[in-house]
Design a protein. Structure first.
Length: 94
């Protein structure tokens, strides 16, 4: 983990244990203490949803890196895969 990202991440975590990787992914983590349990990008406080919303409005990987220092643009294909897998799950009735 990059030193700057580690410090940034450490400032916002209430526990000393790192979040768990979501099974089958190397960039997506899950932890109840991080962003209310929403899936996030490893080493950051950037949610998967924020990345998807940003891409949907036309932001590029370079835009995300510029706006969110420490954002690993290498995670984007995995974020899209995660979204596709979630979209393949049936919606639950309200």
């Amino acid at each position: 983990m990059d030193f700057k990202i580690g410090i940034w991440y450490g400032l916002f975590m209430s526990s000393n244990t790192p979040p768990k990787l979501v099974q089958g992914y190397q960039w997506i983590v899950h932890d109840p203490d991080l962003l209310g349990g929403k899936p996030a990008i490893k080493g950051t406080r950037i949610s998967v949803a924020l990345v998807l919303e940003s891409l949907s409005i036309g932001m590029t990987a370079a835009d995300l890196v510029e706006d969110y220092p420490g954002f690993p643009k290498e995670c984007i294909p995995e974020v899209l895969k995660f979204a596709a897998q979630q979209a393949n799950n049936p919606l639950k009735a309200a």
